[in-house]
Design a protein around this ligand. Structure first.
Ligand code: NAP
Ligand code: F7E
Length: 341
């Protein structure tokens, strides 16, 4: 049987890297879009394991000719569109780039891909940010109320995916809630905190500045979530699915859990911008830094993943506590290795 070919945009990101490994392990030939600035060796870069090939080639969601060239070279059966300006806070600072990559990039890729192959299967990385703060638990049919340029662009792309589906194309949308891992970018709140507390624990840092303590998120493990992406494209019919754990925690809970996992329980003193988190010796380890507040915030998100369980047989395998532990142990190892080198 001929090997399946997959194209992953955003292959150098957290999800892209896990997905590329998953698909290569399943025997796919995997092609990945890589921006020139993503690696310090020139593309193409080929990684061959005993089952499949991962080939990284230059591509940019803002550049139609590179997109056309990559599609002609990779001839994908499946496309996973993960590339995005993915930071919500940054989207307020760079709305044009966010709109161009997160919406027009999807528009370009969908058109070029379906012009070349009407049977291509397309996964779009939609997001829980599309809901805004509509409580309490979100399903595939909950109302969208985006509050950031990031979320607005993602809603528009989500609608486009549905439009293509209604015309008979195999386009799926995963409404993924926050998912993390040791490969998470260091400016997202989970990794920022696991990194900071690893440094505090090892004596390289005293404290960390943080924004909104009360925001609630449903945090899962990226490795579980990329498995769901693949499952969506293997189903008989294309659809939209919520992927989440169904358990929400606040940033305050997250800080307490991270601090506890390095044996440094935190207690809180003060209120508002003066609130601080202190360790058992009374040393301030967490303080509020207004620079990390957003112009508009999504207060609370929690996903109902029952449709994914029912129709795909998907379920999350890593708990919030296990996720934090995995991330902090990895940061401790990484910092230790860097200081020994
Ligand atoms: P990530 O780590 O920030 O990765 C984003 C990827 O997009 C990187 O590979 C980045 O390349 C690439 N990219 C950015 N601009 C590009 C451009 N103009 N052309 C080509 N590639 C570009 O994000 P992630 O956490 O893996 O998330 C993957 C996708 O899922 C994103 O679309 C995100 O919006 C969405 N999502 C994420 C979550 C989550 O909690 N992680 C939840 C819901 C949805 P560089 O290496 O060059 O920067
Ligand atoms: O913020 C609050 C912040 O940046 C989570 C992306 O993958 O998930 C991610 O978006 C919460 C927010 O993720 C800090 O205000 C407090 O309420 O880790 P984050 P995000 O904005 O939820 C969604 C589903 C995506 O689709 C996105 O691509 O934490 N928060 N203090 C902070 N956040 C950050 N980054 N830094 C702080 O110091």
């Amino acid at each position: 049987m001929e090997k399946k070919r997959a194209l992953i945009t955003g292959v150098t990101g957290q999800d892209g890297s896990y997905l590329a490994e998953l698909l290569a392990d399943k025997g796919y030939d995997v092609y990945g879009f890589m921006r020139r600035t993503s690696a310090d060796v020139p593309a193409p870069i080929e990684v061959l394991n005993d089952k499949g090939l991962i080939k990284l080639i230059y591509g940019n969601m803002r550049d139609l000719p590179t997109m056309q060239r990559v599609l002609d070279e990779s001839k994908p059966d499946e496309i996973y569109n993960l590339a995005a300006q993915s930071h919500v806070g940054v989207s307020f600072l760079c709305p044009d780039e966010t709109w161009d990559v997160n919406f027009h990039g999807v528009e370009r890729l969908l058109k070029e891909a379906t012009d070349r192959n009407k049977q291509v299967k397309f996964y779009q990385a939609s997001t829980s940010e599309m809901y805004g703060s509509t409580p309490p638990t979100h399903t595939e049919t909950s109302v969208f109320s985006p509050v950031s340029p990031y979320a607005e662009a993602k809603v528009k792309s989500h609608r486009l995916i549905e439009e293509y589906r209604s015309k008979g194309f195999f386009t799926c949308s995963g409404i993924l809630f926050n998912h993390e891992s040791p490969r998470r970018g260091k400016i997202f709140v989970t990794r920022k905190l696991t990194r900071a507390f690893a440094e505090i624990k090892l004596g390289f840092r005293e404290k960390v500045g943080i924004g909104n303590l009360e925001a609630g998120r449903d945090w899962g493990f990226s490795g579980d979530y990329v498995r769901a992406m693949w499952m969506m494209l293997q189903a008989d019919t294309p659809d939209t699915y919520v992927i989440a754990t169904g358990k929400a925690h606040t940033v305050r809970d997250l800080i307490e859990a991270v601090a506890k996992s390095v044996d440094m329980p935190i207690h809180w003193e003060g209120t508002g911008l003066q609130e601080v988190g202190k360790d058992a010796q009374g040393v301030v380890r967490v303080e509020i830094d207004p620079r990390f507040y957003r112009p508009r915030e999504v207060d609370a998100l929690c996903g109902d993943w029952s449709k994914a369980k029912q129709k795909l047989g998907w379920e999350p395998s890593v708990s919030f506590e296990q996720l934090i532990d995995m991330m902090i142990q990895s940061d401790i190892r990484e910092i230790g290795a860097a200081h020994r080198a």
